[in-house]
Write a protein that binds this ligand. Structure first.
Ligand code: C5P
Length: 207
């Protein structure tokens, strides 16, 4: 069974995807990490993330970059969102994601275009979202818990800018697939959101 979990940043999709993978005993791929690795590698190469050739060259990032703590930073998220605009970059990362999705036994993938582009045949498609203030609040709490300085207004502005860039791009924009089920987590706690996602996945897959 393939489970596709798409949605904007800080919507809870990563937490939900991990929990679904554990519940159904499936491998999980956070596809955002791939775009983050390309963005970070591009910056480290001294390249311009808005330039398609520089961004494409960075798709050759070394495997160990996936474990780099810098990958999780807001700055890297911004770089990821800029390199991910280029169709060349999306094409370069397609095969790896497609192979992961179609492995025997199935998989859970989370991202922006899993249900629309990478695995349109997925049995379960969830589009996880939440309001900008709810997502900013979570990101703020996460940053504070990690001992990092956080400015709530700045976080809200960054999230809105990233949503705008991800939704407006021509290739594989952030979009709810016509056959995806919407899960709005604005008013749900972590455990409630997970429980709701598991119930939906069981219903949709008939398991
Ligand atoms: O999910 P995460 O915030 O880690 O993703 C970082 C950026 O990577 C997103 O803002 C988006 O621009 C890009 N991305 C994408 N397609 C995916 C996953 C992430 O374009 N499947």
């Amino acid at each position: 069974m393939i489970i596709a979990v798409d949605g904007p940043t800080a919507s809870g999709k990563g937490t939900i995807a991990k929990a679904l993978a554990a519940h159904f005993g499936l491998p999980h791929l956070d596809t955002g990490l791939l775009y983050r690795a390309v963005g970070l590698q591009c910056a480290r190469n001294g390249g311009n993330p808005d330039d398609p050739a520089d961004a494409l060259a960075a798709c050759d990032f070394p495997d160990h970059l996936i474990a780099d703590p810098e990958l999780r930073s807001e700055a890297t998220g911004g770089l990821a969102s800029r390199v991910s605009v280029h169709p060349e970059v999306r094409a370069a990362l397609y095969e790896l994601q497609r192979a992961f999705a179609t492995q025997p036994g199935g998989a859970v993938l989370d991202g922006r275009d899993i249900g629309t582009v990478i695995a349109p045949e997925a049995e379960v498609k969830l589009f996880v979202t939440a309001s900008v203030p709810a997502r900013a609040e979570r990101r703020y709490d996460e940053m504070r818990a990690a001992g990092r300085l956080a400015d709530r207004a700045q976080i809200e502005a960054d999230l809105a800018a990233r949503d705008q860039r991800d939704s407006a791009r021509a290739t594989a924009p952030l979009l709810q697939a016509a056959d995806a089920t919407l899960l709005d987590t604005s008013l749900l706690g972590r455990e409630e959101a997970i429980a709701r996602a598991i119930t939906l996945a069981e219903m949709l897959s008939g398991s």
